[in-house]
Write a protein that binds this ligand. Structure first.
Ligand code: ADP
Ligand code: MG
Length: 389
């Protein structure tokens, strides 16, 4: 499958002669600020040019027919707009129905059903957030077909709610925000506490962001994710007996050091320490990037990984191996895991002239250490979700 052939692929599945529109929704990488979007922290993600596409034709009835070029074995999925309840065989359509339910609950009417052929260039389940990409894609389709007057930020919120409530993944707002609000060549400084945001030019000079997919599936990711959220809540409750805060990231590192004694369990101390120090690193990293100090930016990426490895404990052998391999290469300014962790992807900031040798060394070292291949590709920072034609 290729994006260029999507119209033909649509016609093969749904028939010819229909008027269609095409949509795109990116994936994202988080440059820095990990596991703090549910702790009221600042995060610094960007949308990438890999993403999810859809060719869509509106219908005159209430039927929705879906087909994904990434899940061909599942074939066509059909349901009625009048029945969006979960079904046993719903598979990936849960993300579509979930978004529809949120729009309806928020008072947006969905006039007609549609036929949609979906195809994504992001690896699924690798921490580049193909799920949020799909949710925003559906939001954009609904907006376009029904002519809603709705802001992207509101679509971001409805998409997150769909993932939280319908799919049942308790994610923060970062992924949907980065994907909906992404902008070419810019990263987004997002304060997850009040959703204030600013674009920052991601001027990487003669460097690239290398995405390193460990190809380790995040089996335990969802349960461990919820466990970490619980630990952060427990730490917050204890800290609240000493200081007046709403989120862990309301504390500066100095303030945290003053009150951290109340965290009587080492594990709670380390979880909270990660959140507080990571939030500080995000601010320093944004400053470093803004002043063109990429070396410093890279060092902060490294410190972020170490904190996620040692204090937050969400990395694992595969992510640690690939990041350590990256650290060892000449021309790599910094590297860290990105996304929820336990597998999935890491990123490295690499000098362009060394890209090929760095890629070869990491590919070889990873295969030798882990026994299977990693996928390595360069990310380009692109626009957020949009209607193409
Ligand atoms: P991640 O968001 O890290 O990629 P998730 O497990 O949260 O991983 O989401 C992956 C799921 O999202 C897939 O299993 C599938 O259900 C759905 N999905 C993502 N992209 C597509 C696509 N192109 N076509 C159909 N379903 C998709
Ligand atoms: Mg996801």
């Amino acid at each position: 499958m290729m994006v260029e052939n999507m119209k033909e692929a649509f016609e093969k599945v749904f028939g010819e002669g229909k008027e269609t529109k095409m949509f795109f929704s990116p994936g994202r990488v988080n440059l820095i600020g990990e596991h703090i979007d549910y702790n009221g922290g600042c995060v610094f993600p960007c949308a990438i040019t890999y993403g999810t596409y859809a060719v869509v034709s509106e219908r005159e009835d209430k039927k929705v027919r879906l087909y994904s070029g990434n899940f061909e074995e599942r074939g066509m999925i059909e349901f009625e707009l009048t029945n969006l309840a979960h079904t046993e065989d719903e598979n990936w359509s849960a993300y579509v129905k979930g978004v529809m339910v949120q729009f309806l609950e928020a008072g947006y009417e969905i006039a007609n059903g549609f036929d949609a052929y979906v195809f994504g260039t992001i690896p699924n389940g690798s921490g580049l957030s193909s799920s949020a990409s799909l949710e925003l894609l559906v939001s954009q389709i609904l907006k376009e077909l029904n002519g809603y007057d709705i802001t992207m930020v509101d679509m971001v919120k409805l998409s997150q709610k769909a993932e939280n409530e319908y799919v049942g993944v308790n994610c923060g707002i970062m992924d949907q925000f980065a994907i909906g609000m992404g902008k070419k060549d810019s990263a987004i400084k997002l304060n997850t506490n009040d959703l204030s945001y600013e674009y920052a030019e991601a001027n990487l000079g003669n460097h690239s962001i290398l995405i390193m997919n460990t190809n380790k599936k995040r089996e335990l990711a969802d349960s461990k994710y919820n466990e970490r959220r619980g630990e952060c809540e427990a730490a917050l409750e204890l800290l609240k007996t000493k200081v007046d805060i709403n989120f862990l990231c309301d504390l500066s590192v100095a303030e945290f050091d003053n009150v951290s004694r109340v965290l009587n369990k080492d594990i709670l101390y380390r979880r909270a320490k990660h959140a507080v120090t990571e939030n500080e690193r995000v601010k320093l990293a944004i400053d470093a990037l803004g002043s063109g100090d990429l070396r410093r930016f890279g060092k902060l990426l490294n410190a972020s990984h170490k904190s996620l490895r040692d204090d937050y404990e969400v990395t694992g052998t595969e992510l640690d191996t690939i990041v350590e391999l990256a650290w060892a290469q000449e021309g790599v300014l910094g590297a860290r895991m990105t996304g929820a962790g336990f597998g999935g992807c890491a990123i490295a900031l690499v000098k362009n002239e060394t890209l090929e040798t760095v890629k070869q060394a990491i590919a070889k070292g990873y295969k030798e250490a882990i026994g299977y291949d990693a996928d390595l590709y360069v990310a380009t920072i692109g626009d957020g979700t949009k209607t193409l034609v």
